[in-house]
Write a protein that binds this ligand. Structure first.
Ligand code: SF4
Length: 122
């Protein structure tokens, strides 16, 4: 069978890696693929996120690292998570998958990753 995921420098090259930084959401979509409407409120500790990405980086090299939820903008330390994701140096692009409803509440100088990925709802 052909290997569809090349291995370069001992790391599997993939299109993307998703990291769930929260489970909860501000919406309750009936067909939520993350099951957010049925899950209790939860958010990752940034230090835990850093450790998980450090371990993942040893074996995987995604083009995209997507911070997802739930609604990632609900994380109480979202900017820390964003900095951790960028500092992990695991992917070429760090993106945030959001339903977009909380974007107007974000500070004007929010250092969103680029390109900014959003969907409504996803
Ligand atoms: S916006 Fe996304 S995460 Fe939130 S409930 Fe809807 S599908 Fe689930």
């Amino acid at each position: 069978m052909k290997n569809v995921f090349p291995i370069v420098n001992r790391r599997v090259q993939t299109r993307s890696l998703e990291s769930h930084i929260v489970d909860h959401c501000n919406l309750r979509c009936a067909a939520c693929c993350s099951l957010s409407p049925h899950l209790p409120k939860w958010e990752v500790e940034p230090v835990q996120l850093a450790e998980e990405l450090r371990l993942a980086r040893r074996v995987i090299a995604p083009t995209w690292l997507k911070l997802v939820g739930g609604e990632p903008l609900l994380h109480s330390r979202f900017l820390e998570c964003l900095e951790v994701a960028k500092a992990a140096d695991i992917a070429t692009i760090v993106s945030v998958t959001t339903n977009g409803f909380l974007l107007p509440r974000q500070p004007d100088d929010m250092p969103f990753p680029h390109p900014y990925e959003s969907s409504s709802p996803h």
